[in-house]
Design a protein around this ligand. Structure first.
Ligand SMILES: CC(C)(COP(=O)(O)OP(=O)(O)OC[C@H]1O[C@@H](n2cnc3c(N)ncnc32)[C@H](O)[C@@H]1OP(=O)(O)O)[C@@H](O)C(=O)NCCC(=O)NCCS
Length: 212
């Protein structure tokens, strides 16, 4: 079973990434779904989606959890019954979870694709990217910023939050592999740490809310 990568962030927080290479049948090994998740699973048409969904349950097992330890709220946000924070992502054949006992966390994996150039203006001031060396660098950076905003959205969890208007990701160098971000929404300012890594044409971004 290909657990692809684990990152221990600190004593309370870590993440794990799975590279989905198994068949659906193999992924059922040692997995049982709650009635809620089984019903969702039954409605999934794509086998890639079903395999990704099952692989998340193997990532949960790395932390000693089963699907029965997970509940979803009305917005689809996952929570652990023991009160720890969790965030989940899947993109094509990569899936990931981040868990923290102390910090609100979010995670997002995205495939690096040209398509992001077309939607960039919807989530970031695109003119700021024109100084980058080439299109490949622009795609990399946009994918990181998009992943950061998705991760933050997963933490913040308010439907009205606009990626363009309410979330600001500070500029960064690729080699720093980290940055910070702020959300200003409904008169409230909150601060976040952002980290990112790139592998096999994918970008994984994770975020944690600063405790003040
Ligand atoms: C919910 C959302 C964040 C999911 O992100 P995604 O990139 O489509 O998909 P991912 O695979 O990374 O994440 C899916 C997981 O996010 C989690 N999730 C779903 N809704 C969530 C929410 N409201 N809050 C936190 N986490 C959520 C779930 O765990 C889900 O996986 P699961 O149901 O299999 O457990 C995204 O669809 C969304 O609504 N984004 C905000 C709105 C937006 O896109 N605005 C665009 C502005 S240009």
């Amino acid at each position: 079973m290909p657990l692809y990568k684990t990152i221990i962030i600190d004593n309370d927080t870590s993440l794990a990434i799975w590279k989905v290479e198994e068949t659906e049948e193999m992924l059922w090994d040692n997995v049982e779904l709650s009635p809620h998740c089984q019903s969702r699973f039954n409605g999934m048409k794509s086998t890639l989606h079903r395999r990704a969904f099952l692989s998340i349950r193997h990532l949960l097992a790395q932390y000693g959890y089963t699907d029965f330890d997970l509940v979803y709220d009305d917005n689809g946000k996952p929570h652990l019954k023991d009160g720890k924070y969790i965030s989940i992502t899947h993109s094509h054949n990569f899936t990931g979870i981040i868990i923290s006992s102390r910090l609100e966390v979010g995670i997002d994996i995205e495939m690096q694709r040209d398509k992001i150039l077309r939607i960039a203006h919807k989530f970031t001031p695109f003119e700021e990217y024109r100084t980058l060396a080439n299109t490949a660098a622009i795609i990399r950076k946009l994918t990181i910023v998009w992943g950061a905003k998705e991760s933050l959205y997963k933490i913040y969890g308010e439907r009205g939050l606009s990626f363009l208007q309410h979330i600001n990701v500070q500029d960064f160098l690729f080699e720093d592999c980290s940055t910070t971000a702020e959300i200003i929404y409904n008169g409230t300012l909150s601060h976040y740490q952002i980290h990112f890594l790139e592998f096999e044409n994918f970008t994984c971004v994770y975020a944690a809310k600063n405790r003040i």
